[in-house]
Design a protein around this ligand. Sequence first.
Ligand code: PMP
Length: 395
Amino acid sequence: MSKELDQYLADNLADLKSRGLYNEIEPLASANGPIITIGQRQLINLSANNYLGLATDSRVVAAAKAGLEKWGAGAGAVRTINGTLQVHLDLEQELAHFKGTEAAIAYQSGFNCNMAAISAVMGKNDVILSDELNHASIIDGCRLSGAKIIRVNHSDMADFRAKAQEVRSSGRYEKAMFITDGVFSMDGDICKLPEIVAIAKEFDLMVYVDDAHGSGVLGHGHGTVKHFGLEKEVEFQIGTLSKAIGVVGGYVAGTQALIDWLKVRSRPFLFSTSMTPADAAAAIQSLQILDQDTRLNDALWENANYFKTQLNQLGFDTGITETPITPVMIGDEQKAQEFSKRLYEEGIYVKSIVFPTVPLGTARVRNMPTAGHTKEMLDQAVAVYERVGREFDLI
Ligand code: PMP
């Protein structure tokens, strides 16, 4: 049987490779900063979510080391047995302060957090309206909850309104929730939160915003909800500690009652060992830096705007982005992979993003300029883009 399975898998892998849909994973031989080492080569890195450079910031690294020394390498148990160390509570307090909510709960990852929070609150008598481009972890969390799931066309407020109205007039459901990414990770567009909140109010829906790519970026670093000044209107503020915060982990910020509920009902909190204390200590440091100093956030935007303007002036299509996420749209999967390979040969590391991460025929390379890049690095990258872009008839 295992031979048959291996053959079946090998055939499928070969098929993916032949269609340009196989993602080769290359290990880094350095930290994931603005310049990375792969094998013997140094490359300008435009693929990391390390928006503010905090993953390699000396203050954050020092906090992780101090956390490691004080608390040990592992938390030793799940949060509800005796794996809640004071540093976890300190992190949760810092997160609530950062998001302007009564309380917060930390998880081991953003992925885990969506699986945990959605399924702890929603059940088979409930309904979830979910933007069609929401992250995979939201989709999985929705499925796990057992609630009825209704996909809403991406950022289409007329579609959202019609479906919300239908849900309420059916009288079929108890709780209803709308879930959206704050910033959509593949295109860089921002959810239409003021309209979302207004429609949700009209039809008595809760609002759940996963701000993995908005936190540290929008709202002077405090995220998409703060960017729109809607902290009081959004019941669930979700985030990850793995992108702009530079560490790993996920969180929900909300009312004390919501957080208390998640602490007794969300399964990754109850049944999976707590995040490492060093990670918690590092994340606290990152949040404090963000809270006290907007310079990294300013540098991120300055670099991103500069880079995007240069690409647009050359004639590249960067899609609908409103944030530092800077896709260069290509379309064909094979072409996107070859383009990324050529950029690599020229010293620029930018991954191609292909189906199933984005719809077929909308392949792209996705650039993530960060606060840590210098103007020289960005200029060098733009010069390579110009040369290789002409080779590929993209400009
Ligand atoms: N939600 C969104 C919107 C994301 O982009 C990501 C990142 N891949 C996640 C959740 C998962 O976060 P993490 O990497 O912390 O598991």
